[in-house]
Design a binder for this molecule. Sequence first.
Ligand SMILES: [Ca+2]
Ligand SMILES: [Ca+2]
Ligand SMILES: [Ca+2]
Length: 465
Amino acid sequence: MLRKSILFASCAMVASPVLAEEASFPVGLDFSAAVVATGLEFPWEVTLGPDEHLWVTERAGKRVTRIDPDSGEKSTLVTIDEVLVGPQHEGLLGLALHPQFLDGSGNDFAYVVYTYDADPAEGETALDRRAKLVRLTYDEAAGTLVEPLDLMSGIPAGNDHNAGRLQFGPDGKLYYTTGEQGANQFGNFCLPINSQVLPTEAQVSAADWSSYSGKILRVNSDGSIPDDNPTIDGVRSHIFSYGHRNPQAIVFGPGGLYEAEQGPKSDDEINLIVAGGNYGWPHVSGFQDDLAYVYGNWSAAPDCSSLTFSDFEIPEAVPQTSETSWSHPDYREPLKTLWTVPNGYNFDDAACDGLAFICWPTIAPPSVDYYPADGAIPRLRNSLVATSLKNGSLYVFPLTKDGLHTRGDVAQLFQSENRYRDLAISGDTRTIYVSTDTAGIVRSADGNVVQELSQPGAILAFTYN
Ligand SMILES: [Ca+2]
Ligand SMILES: [Ca+2]
Ligand SMILES: [Ca+2]
């Protein structure tokens, strides 16, 4: 056994000033924690296959790795040289296994999303960053993924917020999330946010996917557009929903398709996704309440590149609009926000070691899973479980029976000094596997900024005793 025992806080209450009144219950769960595997290069997706093994993408390692969760034994199924790797957001991202994988029907396909340079001849100085959806075939006897087949390519990508989660729906369609590439902030502050931009009929006919930023796509397993996708603004495309920021997290559950989305300085969102829904970004963050957010459109400022970006002050040259000045017939509010704060909230906390973002009232959720109503762990039943990159924790969102709403308290579990990237639930529902980033910054339980992670590049297992 390669497992090592490690010490974790088994549970903690939510430390949010806004949710203080909701953070009242002790979870009282009895878990043990173990390290299943280490030495992974930014493990990104972890998914449990029908072979009872963990299928893991390594974002920076460009590999799909198969791990025996009991012994920790690893094998590389494929290394994809074409993958373009960056410090945080570029590389080998989502993975989904065909719903009939290894059932004898011949559909032994693994689907992956990754970033690549669409113009490699230009070399490193002129990266044309794009993303693609590729199908691989599993050769079980050889233990390899072979015969790569491009299903969609030329999808917008950048050096920030590429989302990239893949999930099969109960309808047999692939759901694929795309980010807004971190447009309108930091080094990309003069790039427009395209989350509200929709394709024309001519673009769809020409397989021009350049408007697929800040979207959730619904795709046939051969890459084509499903006949029953929504017609949005008169055009049917791969787009299932739009108006997203960085929608890295999706999962199906009793209410349909759930999504967790990373907000700007506040207001991460939990959404229930409907066909053709507009989720508001960048006009609205969280609820349409004009609290601690206005849309400052830097790209619309005259001579944007002469400006200096600030997260705290929007210059007069940058057009600003309030949330409530925007409306759209298909707008959908979130189920929940983490967290909404009042106007005047101090986002530039001097106590945060010059790394104010780590103290912002968000959790940065990169993945979400559904814990079944008949699962073994009573307190998690019929809940969404999201990972947090900033707080090294899982967050638990109980659902109403019909799954259409969240209810009651949000619990924070298993806090450690790690960035939790993705999770998977074991077949017996007693163990939650979590992948951790290889490097990065987190906030510890006592509120300090931590730059050295305790279990980097690992798969952790939290087992209910
Ligand atoms: Ca997963
Ligand atoms: Ca929204
Ligand atoms: Ca708001």
